[in-house]
Design a protein around this ligand. Structure first.
Ligand SMILES: [Zn+2]
Length: 467
C-alpha cells in the first residue's frame, strides 16, 4: 500500500469527517442494533397517542421496579419512582448518590394527527362522516387516502368511560379521507400545496348504509349513531365532551432490502421517548439522580396541564426534595441540573437537498444529531446551548465512542421548528437538543435509521449515568 502523504495525514488530523454509522458496526453490533429496533417497533405500534404511550411507559417502568412517587413517603439513593400526570405525561427518576441535581432527558409522546371536532357527525351525499381539526404541524394532503384508526376516550352521559383503539386489530374496520380523483383535479392542482386539501376537507368516512324504515333526512348518519349507541351506549352529544383522534392505522415496518430503516407513525418523538425509557431502565446505579420526562402537547406548543410549559417538572422536583428531606430549594435543584431535550432532527431528503445547508445538515444513518440550537431564522425561539455545556457533551460523546453528527434543522430562512428545550432551560439548567434524524417528519409514515436510534440510546444511557 502506498504511504500516506504528509498532506493526507494533516487532513486526517485537522478536518472533520462524516462517515456512515453502519461502517464499523460488525456482526455483533448489527445484532444489537436490530434487536433494539425490534423492541422499539413493538412499542411504537402500540403507542400512537399520548394516552397509550404513557400507559405503556408506566407498565415498563413498574416491571423495572419503579413506584408511584405519591405512594413513597421517603426516598433514598437507588429508589426508582415515577409521576403520572393525568395519564398523558410521565416523569420518572432513579435517585442518585448525589440527590441534589438531575441529569434529565426531556422527550414528548404526542404526534401530529386528526382530532375530532366537538360536533363532528354529519351526512352528505350518502356518506356519514366525522369532521376533524388537525393537531400539530401537518401537510394536510398527506392525510388523504391513508387508512386511519380511531383512538381516544368518550365518557357517556351515564358516566361510562369508553376507550377507543378501533382500526388496529386485524378484522377491525378502518377509516379514510378521500382526495379528489386526478381526472377532475385540474383546478385543484393549480392551487398551492397548503390549499390542495384544506382543513375543512379533512372529513373522515364512517358509514354508508341508511337506516331501515321510514325515509328520513340523514338516514346514514342516524344508522351510524344507532350502531354506536348499540355497541357503546353513545349519543351524538357525547362527542362534544370527548377526546378522539384519528391516526394512521397499522404497525411499523422494516424498510429497504437491508432492513436498515423503519417506517412508522410517530418516530417524532416516540424514538427518543423509547430510547430514554430503555436508557433509564437499563442503566447502572447513577451518580447523579437520573430522570426522564415524557411530555405531552409538544406538537401544539407544549401548553396545557400535561405539556412541558406546565409546572409539572417543578412539582416533581419538589416531591423529590420533600421525600429525600433535602435542605435545598426547588430552584437550586433545577438550576444545577443538566438536560438533553430528546427530540428528533430532520435528515436531508436526497430529493430535496435545496432546503438544507449541506455542511450543517444531518444525514440518515450517520449517528445521533447534536443540535446546539433549534428555532427559526435568526435563532428565534431557540434554546442556544453554551460552549461550556457543549464541551461537556462532546467529552461524553468521545468517552463513550458514540457516533454523532452536528446540525441545524434546515437552511436559515427556509423554516424551522422547536422542541421542549426552551421549557427546560428556563429553569436555569444547561440544555441541548439531541436525537436521531428522521425523513418525512410529521407525515403519516416517518422514516429513521436503526443505527441512529441505537446511537441515541447509547448516548442517553451514558448521559444518565454521567457524574
Ligand atoms: Zn418532536
Amino acid at each position: 500500500m502506498a504511504k500516506k502523504s504528509e498532506e493526507k495525514k494533516l487532513q486526517e488530523k485537522l478536518c472533520r469527517k462524516k462517515e456512515s454509522a453502519w461502517k464499523d458496526t460488525g456482526d455483533k453490533g448489527k445484532k444489537a442494533i436490530f434487536a433494539f429496533a425490534e423492541g422499539y417497533m413493538d412499542f411504537l405500534g402500540r403507542s400512537k397517542t399520548e394516552r397509550p404511550a404513557a400507559r405503556n411507559i408506566i407498565t415498563m417502568l413498574k416491571k423495572a421496579g419503579f413506584k408511584d412517587i405519591n405512594s413513597a413517603k421517603t426516598l433514598k439513593t437507588g429508589d426508582k419512582v415515577y409521576l403520572d400526570q393525568k395519564g398523558k405525561s410521565v416523569i420518572c427518576a432513579v435517585i442518585g448518590k448525589n440527590e441534589k441535581r438531575m441529569n434529565l432527558l426531556g422527550a414528548h409522546i404526542d404526534s401530529p394527527r386528526l382530532d375530532l371536532k366537538p360536533n363532528p357527525v354529519f351526512e352528505d351525499k350518502g356518506l356519514a362522516m366525522l369532521k376533524t381539526h388537525y393537531y400539530g404541524g401537518i401537510k394536510k394532503y398527506h392525510w388523504t387516502n391513508v387508512e386511519l384508526a380511531l383512538h381516544g376516550v368518550i365518557h357517556t352521559k351515564s358516566g361510562k368511560k369508553i376507550e377507543f383503539a378501533l382500526g388496529e386489530k386485524g378484522d377491525d374496520p378502518k377509516f379514510i379521507v378521500s382526495d379528489l380523483l386526478p381526472h377532475l383535479a385540474k383546478k385543484q392542482m393549480e392551487k398551492t400545496g397548503s390549499e390542495i386539501i384544506e382543513g375543512e376537507q379533512l372529513n373522515v368516512y364512517v358509514g354508508n348504509i341508511p337506516i331501515k324504515g321510514e325515509d328520513i333526512k340523514d338516514s346514514v348518519k342516524l344508522n351510524v349513531l344507532k350502531s354506536l349507541n348499540k355497541e357503546y351506549g353513545i349519543i351524538e352529544e357525547d362527542f362534544s365532551f370527548a377526546e378522539l383522534n384519528f391516526v394512521p392505522a397499522g404497525i411499523p415496518s422494516d424498510i429497504g432490502f437491508d432492513r436498515s430503516m423503519i417506517a412508522g407513525y410517530g418516530h417524532d418523538d416516540k424514538a427518543c421517548s423509547y430510547a430514554g425509557l430503555k436508557a433509564i431502565i437499563d442503566m447502572k446505579q447513577p451518580e447523579v439522580t437520573a430522570a426522564v420526562y415524557f411530555s405531552d402537547k409538544e406538537e401544539i406548543g407544549s401548553i396545557g396541564n400535561t405539556g412541558a410549559y406546565s409546572f409539572m417538572l417543578m412539582d416533581f422536583a419538589e416531591l423529590l426534595i420533600a421525600n429525600l428531606s433535602l435542605k435545598i430549594t426547588t430552584g437550586e435543584m433545577l438550576r444545577n441540573s443538566k438536560a438533553i431535550s430528546a427530540d428528533v432532527s430532520a435528515a436531508i431528503n436526497p430529493s430535496f437537498p435545496e432546503v438544507h445547508e449541506e455542511s450543517n445538515a444531518a444525514l440518515i444513518g450517520h449517528g445521533v444529531v447534536v443540535e446546539k440550537y433549534t428555532g427559526y431564522g435568526g435563532k428565534y425561539s431557540a434554546n442556544d446551548a453554551s460552549a461550556e455545556y457543549m464541551s461537556e457533551i462532546r467529552a461524553l460523546l468521545d468517552k463513550n465512542k458514540i457516533i454523532y453528527q452536528t446540525g441545524e434543522i434546515g437552511k436559515i430562512d427556509s423554516g424551522g421548528g422547536g422542541t421542549i428545550a426552551l421549557y427546560l432551560s428556563r429553569y436555569g439548567m444547561d440544555t441541548v437538543d439531541i436525537g436521531p434524524a428522521v425523513l418525512g417528519m410529521h407525515s403519516p409514515r416517518e422514516v429513521l435509521s436503526k443505527v441512529d436510534l441505537y446511537e441515541t440510546y447509547r448516548l442517553y444511557k451514558a448521559f444518565l449515568e454521567n457524574k
